[in-house]
Write a protein that binds this ligand. Structure first.
Ligand SMILES: [Mn+2]
Length: 679
């Protein structure tokens, strides 16, 4: 027990304090609220939720609320320790399925928003199987069960999931639909939760079930929820305004512009299911999932620019509803299905995005009589094209982020060769350095620090078990980023610890050549990221090398570190790169069992300028990220004069921009680390 923590004095004492403060909630309501609070991630300000109870709680009330929270967290841990065993969990699910007349059930890793991060409540796959990876699925039948993960998680799934209960399969090479087609019995009913699948996923499963002679059946309620004792409630993190000083455009203006596009297509309403779209449209931010300031919610945008926001009203900080204005009506999340019915009864034309909206929504609209228009989320493209204020914000955020990263890199280069730095210690130090920056709110994902062979594992996450010390002669890869109020960052640097081998220098330089080719390209308006992807790979291809991940993803403005609709990838993508879009430029090279290399900067799409004689509108990239690229790994003989000039100019810019933010010692280190290669 920390000495600062007061003991909880009981519900009666709390009720008295609440009454004294004029708070309308009773202690049972406060307990329900706290249950939601502890089902959300702990942010930089762990006490921020107190505002949801009282604007200015007395010291005594504050202490009791925090004591209650601590007590409930401890209870939750104790409960988790007493969770039923894996065979018991599977047996309970099978019994529940039998009760519902089902012969099987599909358990995806996902929530109602099909997002990358999910709240604890939606971690059904982890609860059932023990597998905690970020992607995967399981299928449970009466007599067998299977779990599907991709190449990242082949080892992890075997360590976490009992092989006698689940067979292991590759998510892509042997997907659940293939397994279902072979394993489901004739006339069997395979259940699924229509909130957790898009219509196209559902079609794939339905076809697989039909192939086996069975059928796919929508469950009215998720059967896992029925057998999961102590399943966390939906998360409650404060939804706060995102000030105009950072957002750059008022919500009313965004809504009016989108409304005009809907009206032009004779669409009455658009269903918004992506919380980042809703956050952007309403200029609000939340904290319901890790590393992305999302308010989990749904919304309906009307062709008149009005919005119905389906969100737990307890999450809204005082005054937010007033700030949203009369055109934004907050309704409880539970009323969302009936609002879809209302649209159907009115025979409305309703837009929904088949790539991200749940099958439930399409079914409900259709059944109620709505005319469904399948189109991309109307917020996705305008959200991706940052306005001038957002771009100025991200530039400012990148200065702070670059200074923190540079202090970190100087430290690693000095300390690691002696063998005194572990991956975990490195990640913690970088977090501490970033936290000192103005407007810091969170990391934008959990830091990837990979030394030696760990660097070759593309989505490596360090754990106590895998932690290793950085050693001379190895490469060290650090992929990290932060959420600042004015921008989201994502940057990867690869460092030589001690002296690198000639092969490491050669491979690194090829990755760098790809990075520079993409950073310096000029391209006509209308070009998509897929058309540019080859630039980042050509120098590797020449040597018979490649990397198995995308080259660039969109990045939000104090929102998701991964966002669409644009991307730079081998996978076809027809979305044109437009001015204001932020994408990553992150080619890499990975030698299994030995080392990994990645060089990642964020870039913004800008008008190319200059070249007035040109006939076409040309675009280019402005590099946003400011941090030195390790010259110990650069082989100048492999580079053209133009490439060397780019690197020198970039380093001069890094030095000039960051020097005023650095202490003298780090400044001196940066001076040397960014010395020009051209004489
Ligand atoms: Mn990235």
């Amino acid at each position: 027990m920390s000495q600062r923590t007061t003991a909880y004095r009981g519900d009666k004492a709390l009720a008295e304090l609440l009454a004294q403060a004029g708070v309308a909630l009773d202690s049972a309501a406060v307990r329900a609220l706290v249950a939601g609070v502890i089902a959300a991630p702990v942010g930089e300000d762990p006490a921020c939720w107190l505002e949801l109870v009282a604007v200015k709680p007395s010291a005594a009330l504050e202490a009791q609320l925090l004591a209650l929270e601590a007590e409930m967290r401890a209870e939750r841990l104790a409960q988790a320790a007493e969770a039923p065993s894996a065979p018991e969990r599977l047996a309970r699910l099978r019994a529940e399925l039998a009760c519902q007349g089902l012969d099987g059930f599909i358990v995806p890793r996902g929530d109602e928003h099909q997002g990358e991060y999910v709240p604890p409540r939606a971690e059904r796959l982890a609860w059932l199987t023990g597998f905690t990876g970020s992607a995967g699925a399981a299928v449970v039948l009466a007599d067998k069960a299977a779990i599907f993960v991709d190449g990242r998680y082949t080892l992890q799934v075997r360590a976490q999931v009992p092989g006698e209960l689940f067979s292991f399969h590759h998510l892509v090479e042997e997907p659940p639909s293939t397994w279902i087609a072979g394993a489901l019995g004739k006339d069997a009913a395979l259940g699924y939760d229509p909130w957790l699948h898009t219509p196209s996923e559902r079609e794939r499963y339905a076809a697989a079930a039909a192939k086996a002679g069975g059928s796919l059946v929508a469950c009215a309620a998720n059967p896992i929820d029925a057998v999961w004792p102590g399943q966390p409630p939906p998360p409650i993190a404060p939804v706060v305004p995102h000030p105009l000083a950072f957002a750059g455009k008022a919500s009313a203006e965004k809504r009016a512009e989108l409304a005009a596009t809907l009206a032009a297509e004779a669409i009455d309403a658009a269903v918004l299911t992506a919380p980042d779209s809703i956050a952007w449209l309403l200029n609000v931010r939340g904290g319901d999932v890790p590393h992305t300031p999302l308010p989990l919610s749904f919304a309906l945008l009307g062709a008149d620019g009005s919005v119905e926001l389906f969100c737990d009203p307890r999450k809204l900080v005082p005054g937010l509803a007033a700030q949203l204005g009369n055109a934004v009506r907050v309704r409880p999340r539970e009323e969302f299905p009936s609002a879809l019915d209302e649209l159907g009864r009115g025979k409305k034309r309703v837009a929904a995005d088949p790539a991200s909206a749940a099958a439930f929504i399409f079914d409900r609209l259709e059944r109620a009589g709505a005319e469904i228009v399948k189109r991309p989320d109307p917020c996705a493209l305008p959200k991706a094209c940052k306005n001038a204020v957002e771009l100025a914000g991200t530039r400012a955020a990148h200065l702070r982020d670059g200074a923190a990263l540079t202090r970190f890199l100087a430290w690693i280069k000095a300390e690691a060769p002696a063998g005194g730095v572990s991956e975990v210690a490195a990640a913690e130090r970088l977090h501490r350095l970033r936290r000192q920056g103005e407007h810091f709110r969170d990391l934008s994902f959990s830091t990837i620090v990979g030394s030696g062979p760990n660097g070759a594992i593309v989505h490596y996450r360090v754990s106590a078990a895998s932690d290793r010390r950085l050693a001379p002669g190895e490469l060290f890869l650090v992929d990290s980023g932060a959420q600042y109020l004015d921008g989201t960052t994502d940057v990867t640097r690869t460092l030589a610890i001690g002296a690198p081998s000639a092969e490491m220098r050669e491979r690194f330089t090829r990755v760098l050549k790809g990075h520079i080719a993409l950073a310096t390209v000029r391209f006509p308006a209308g070009t998509s990221g897929s058309q540019l992807d080859v630039l980042a790979r050509a120098a590797l291809w020449q040597a018979g090398l490649d990397y198995d991940h995308g080259t660039g993803h969109g990045v939000g403005s104090y929102l998701g570190v991964h966002e669409g609709p644009q991307r730079i990838s081998k996978i076809p993508n027809t979305v044109a790169l437009k001015p204001g879009m932020i994408v990553s430029n992150e080619p890499g090279y990975y030698k299994t069992g030995a080392y990994g290399i990645r060089i990642e900067n964020l870039v913004a799409v800008v008008a190319a300028g200059g070249n007035g004689a040109g006939e076409r509108e040309m675009l280019a990239f402005e590099t946003l990220t400011l941090a030195p690229i390790d010259l110990d790994l650069v082989e100048p003989a492999l580079m053209s004069g133009g490439e060397i000039a780019w690197l020198d100019a970039y380093h001069a810019r890094v030095r000039g921009s960051l020097a005023p933010l650095l202490d003298r010692e780090t400044g001196r280190w940066l001076e040397a680390a960014t010395r020009p290669l051209a004489g």
